[in-house]
Design a protein around this ligand. Structure first.
Ligand code: APR
Length: 233
């Protein structure tokens, strides 16, 4: 008797899942982009103009991320791996999914705990950052200054195709904590098959524009994910 195939859950997360760990989102009131002009800190042009400012911006975020803990939404998703085939596609550059114990994670926009060369062929090698600080003297073996392993506005999203394939194979797609305003990431939800069950968890889910077959759960990540997992398992 062939064992029944485990249901495949794909979780597509954004900044909102980390909000309950104390990390501010980007576009809520008092969000990150209200305090910093993204063109000054999150574009290749910003890096060329003032790499020290960009490095300081991400050092501050890395320091905060290292000081907070995964929340019960991260933990509930990690626990799901015991019974289901779970993969995570996150827009977040924090490592809270990893620290909660999840193992199958695609970071669409990079991972702040790593750096990469600011020279050509940047995606060939990522270097773990020891502690919270990257400095101007940190260089790659070819002598180029190291930059945060973060996809900036206007840069390609190397993991996009892998993420699209992953979502297309989901039996269940759970979108959580994203305003779906940044492309190409936001368009990934359209790769889910018509037979997949689709949910979106967000306190403002009713304001979000998603295809009609998404079930909207107007709750925060922790309560929303925990309630949803009770229904699904
Ligand atoms: N639980 C769940 N969702 C929440 C919570 C919470 N406690 N608090 C806020 N949210 C929701 C907001 O309602 C909003 O829909 O999280 C979403 C956050 O949206 P954004 O701030 O736009 O963050 P995100 O969608 O992840 O941004 C995408 O933009 O700046 C770039 O690269 C950056 O990856 C980021 C991308």
């Amino acid at each position: 008797m062939k064992p029944s195939k485990k249901k495949k859950i794909v979780l597509f997360s954004g900044a909102g899942i980390s909000a309950e760990s104390g990390i501010q989102t980007f576009r809520d009131s008092n969000g990150l982009w209200e305090q910093h002009k993204l063109e000054d800190v999150a574009t290749p042009e910003a890096w060329k103009k003032d790499p020290d400012l960009v490095t300081r911006f991400y050092n501050e975020r890395r320091k905060q991320i290292m000081e907070v803990m995964p929340n019960s939404a991260h933990e509930a998703i990690s626990k799901l791996e015991e019974s289901l085939d779970v993969s995570i596609i996150t827009q977040n550059i924090d490592d809270l999914h990893e620290r909660a114990g999840s193992t199958n994670i695609i970071h669409l926009h990079g991972n702040i705990r790593y750096s990469k060369s600011s020279g050509p062929d940047q995606e060939s090698q990522y270097y773990p950052i020891d502690g919270w600080q990257l400095t101007e003297s940190d260089k790659c073996p070819r002598g180029y200054r190291l930059r945060p392993h973060v996809v900036w506005f206007g840069e390609d999203v190397p993991a996009y195709e892998t993420a699209a394939i992953e979502i297309s194979s989901a039996d269940i797609l759970i979108v959580v904590g994203t305003s779906l305003q940044v492309h190409p990431a936001a368009g990934l939800i359209n790769f889910a098959s018509t037979n997949a069950q689709k949910f979106i968890v967000d306190p403002n889910a009713d304001q979000l524009v998603v295809p009609p077959d998404f079930q909207k759960i107007n709750k925060g990540a922790s309560q929303g994910i925990i309630d949803l997992i009770k229904i699904l398992t």
